[in-house]
Design a protein around this ligand. Structure first.
Ligand SMILES: Nc1ncnc2c1ncn2[C@@H]1O[C@H](COP(=O)(O)OP(=O)(O)OP(=O)(O)O)[C@@H](O)[C@H]1O
Ligand SMILES: NC(=O)c1ccc[n+]([C@@H]2O[C@H](COP(=O)(O)O)[C@@H](O)[C@H]2O)c1
Ligand SMILES: [Zn+2]
Length: 284
């Protein structure tokens, strides 16, 4: 079978979920670091990167409108020939679990059908493979002229920083079955970030340890702890953010006067959507 030939490369799509409030140079670097890592293994071919800004219903403090966050991400990636922005997640009226976003993008790769929705974003049975019960639609991934050294179905892997991985242990933030499906069926690529000790975190979790082959840890040697929080803070203080975000993003922020003490107060006192959802679930 083709997929067992070790000479053939597995195609990978990298999906980064987050607030991107605003997008920074470090968010863009995550993709470059992850792609280099996969290509250096000789086993994978990264075919695409997707940035999926979270919707407004996430209710994170200081989260400005998805419209602006998506626009900035699009401006930031306009010179990239492989990273793109997808606004499907942010255009949903309710907050969506990251697993559903992964499923959606995986299914979209298999059948780019505009009616594709969260309802049919069903789980996979094996990593990167189509569910057995899927209707046998035309599979656009297997292009006629596809290189013979490529394995068939691409995998959609979640690209994140180590703080996101460590957030798995925050009570009522992630469902165990979601984490399981993410690491079992999709896979994670985690870029080191100051202050996090991901290896220890994986060691201490039986679930993550079991799936450690599907959790790719990438060490960022040229450390740069840019964060959106620090960008917003600098803006509130009238300080320069030049060279921390793309020039086009800086210009857009200035033109639209996006970040202020008032914008930082958005959703103040509101419970984050996943916490709201799972805390009420656990009461039922
Ligand atoms: N400097 C960084 N190093 C590694 N990962 C990062 C870095 N900045 C952001 N990320 C990752 O990018 C993804 C999106 O993050 P997010 O939009 O929360 O950005 P952020 O800079 O962490 O913003 P905030 O400060 O508002 O939390 C997350 O997986 C996060 O871990
Ligand atoms: N249970 C879940 O699926 C879950 C929980 C918390 C955050 N998330 C996602 O992780 C990302 C976190 O972004 P921030 O670090 O900006 O809060 C967002 O895309 C959010 O939707 C997912
Ligand atoms: Zn963050």
């Amino acid at each position: 079978m083709a997929s067992e030939d070790p000479e053939k490369k597995t195609e990978v799509v990298l999906l980064a979920c987050g607030s991107f409030n605003p997008i920074t140079n470090m968010h863009l670097r995550l993709f470059e670091l992850a792609r280099d890592y996969f290509h250096e293994t000789g086993k994978y071919k990264v075919i695409k990167g997707i940035i999926s800004p979270v919707g407004d219903a996430y209710k994170k403090k200081g989260l400005i409108s998805a419209h602006h966050r998506v626009t900035m991400a699009k401006l930031a990636t306009k010179n990239s020939d492989w990273v793109e922005v997808d606004d499907w997640e942010s255009s949903q009226s309710e907050w969506l679990e990251t697993l559903k976003v992964l499923r959606y993008h995986h299914q979209k790769l298999l059948s780019p059908d505009p009616t594709n929705s969260t309802q049919n974003a069903l789980p996979l049975t094996k990593p990167g493979r189509k569910r057995k019960q899927d209707p046998h639609k035309h599979d656009p991934v297997k292009k006629k002229n596809q290189s013979p050294d490529i394995k068939s179905a691409p995998q959609v892997k979640l690209l994140c920083g180590s703080d996101m991985l460590e957030s798995f242990r925050i009570p009522n933030l992630w469902k165990l079955e979601d984490i399981t499906e993410i690491v079992e069926n999709h896979g994670l690529v985690c870029i080191s970030r100051a202050g996090n000790n991901v290896q220890k975190f994986i060691y201490e979790s039986d679930l993550l340890w079991r799936h450690k082959n599907n959790i790719h840890l990438v060490e960022e040697w040229i450390t740069n702890d840019i964060s959106s929080t620090k960008i917003r803070r600098a803006l509130r203080r009238g300080q320069s953010i030049r060279y921390l975000v793309p020039d086009v993003v800086q210009a857009y922020i200035e033109k639209n006067d996006l970040y202020s003490p008032e914008s930082e107060d958005r959703n103040a006192g509101v419970v984050l959507a996943p916490l709201q959802k799972y805390a009420s679930d656990s009461k039922n």
